[in-house]
Design a protein around this ligand. Structure first.
Ligand code: HEM
Length: 323
């Protein structure tokens, strides 16, 4: 009897579900941060940042992906120091860490040690997507921050991925082919660098010197080769918008329309249209409003991959170091 009562108390205190594993919840922080509303506080910081730097939406979306695809959404990407996830090659161009630190500082002032860095990442991305014209969506919270971060764990998809490789990558995270195409739709915002596409798309397609990828619209190839990414090492850091310049901070389905016109920037983008198994999804998202409704669903799923809850991990005081 006493044992059962103790278990009930543990369940209540730790928020453990009957399976023994605590669950994420809507409004997990309600009543846990004095009179303040945690989600409104996050939104306030994101809104102020978006007003002066709209590309923050791209930084946060990419961060959520690189965070959640490597050992789950546990804040591991945020840790500073030698050999951490942040130092792995694909993460060297991830941005937006300062926004997470700003939100954390604001919340620590209001209620120290309560809100996890991993929840901040998910909430901030959600808010930025809505500010950039995407659909607003509710997210469950209650994530805890992990106690490990290793560069050697970082395995992320290559920009030359075939559709099958991309689908397989997300499949390992429990996401479907449809989710895969939706999530790559995050390339509706943000940019890449010439260095990423020069070989595979412009000058050495298929490993052949001088070959341009035939799946790239010849007009776009001409523009990139002539003005944006000329064949000199100096152009490696030039910026190429993944959608087009005018909608690079707009969450919309234009990315899919570009794929229909062979104007995807990365081979991994265009391959979603060249491959029969995903082409129909691109067509559906390009020709309807479904992306608006479904992109949030895919982000929610990505944001719940491998989360820590209950008594697992910790709530960091500073997002860039363990307690
Ligand atoms: C097969 C899957 C994917 C591949 C191969 C891929 C690859 C890349 C590459 C190479 C860049 C450019 C990096 C640079 O030049 O600095 C990039 C940027 C970006 N990626 Fe992906 N990505 C994938 C999936 C995703 C997903 C699932 C998301 C988010 C849900 C995402 C969001 C972004 C965003 C927003 C940017 C622009 C970042 C900025 O402007 O700073 N990507 N991606």
């Amino acid at each position: 009897m006493a044992m059962a009562a103790a278990l009930m108390v543990a369940v209540a205190v730790l928020g453990l579900a009957t399976g023994g594993q605590a669950q994420l919840q809507y409004g997990f922080y309600k009543g846990k941060c004095g009179a303040g509303d945690v989600e409104a506080a996050v939104q306030g910081v994101v809104r102020a940042r978006f007003a002066r730097e709209a590309p923050i939406v791209a930084y946060l979306l990419r961060m959520q992906f690189h965070e959640c695809a490597v050992n789950g959404c546990d804040g591991g990407l945020l840790i500073d120091g030698p050999g951490t996830e942040k130092t792995a090659a694909p993460n060297l161009s991830v941005k937006g860490y300062d926004l997470i630190a700003d939100v954390k500082a604001e919340l620590e002032r209001r209620c120290p040690g309560v809100v996890s860095c991993s929840d901040i990442q998910i909430l901030a991305t959600r808010d930025a997507v809505a500010l950039a014209g995407g659909q607003a969506y509710p997210v469950r919270t209650g994530r805890r921050d992990g106690r490990q971060s290793r560069a050697s764990d970082v395995v992320l998809p290559a920009p030359e991925n075939t559709a099958a490789q991309s689908v397989a990558f997300f499949g390992k995270l429990g996401l479907s082919p449809f989710d895969t195409v939706l999530l790559l739709g995050a390339h509706t915002v943000g940019a890449t660098h010439c260095g990423v596409i020069k070989n595979s798309r412009l000058y050495k397609s298929g490993g052949r010197a001088g070959a341009t990828d035939p799946s790239l619209d010849p007009y776009y190839a001409f523009v990139y080769k002539t003005w944006v990414c000329p064949d000199t090492p100096a152009s490696d850091n030039n910026v190429v918008f993944l959608d087009d310049q005018w909608s690079a901070v707009q969450v919309d389905n234009n990315y899919f329309k570009l794929l229909q016109r062979r104007r995807g920037v990365l081979a991994a983008d265009q391959n979603l249209y060249s491959d029969g198994s995903t082409k129909w999804i691109v067509d559906l998202l390009a020709n309807s409003d479904q992306f608006h409704l479904l992109f949030p669903q895919a982000l929610i799923k990505l944001g719940e991959v491998g989360v820590l809850t209950g008594a697992q991990g910790e709530v960091r005081r500073f997002c860039n170091r363990f307690n």
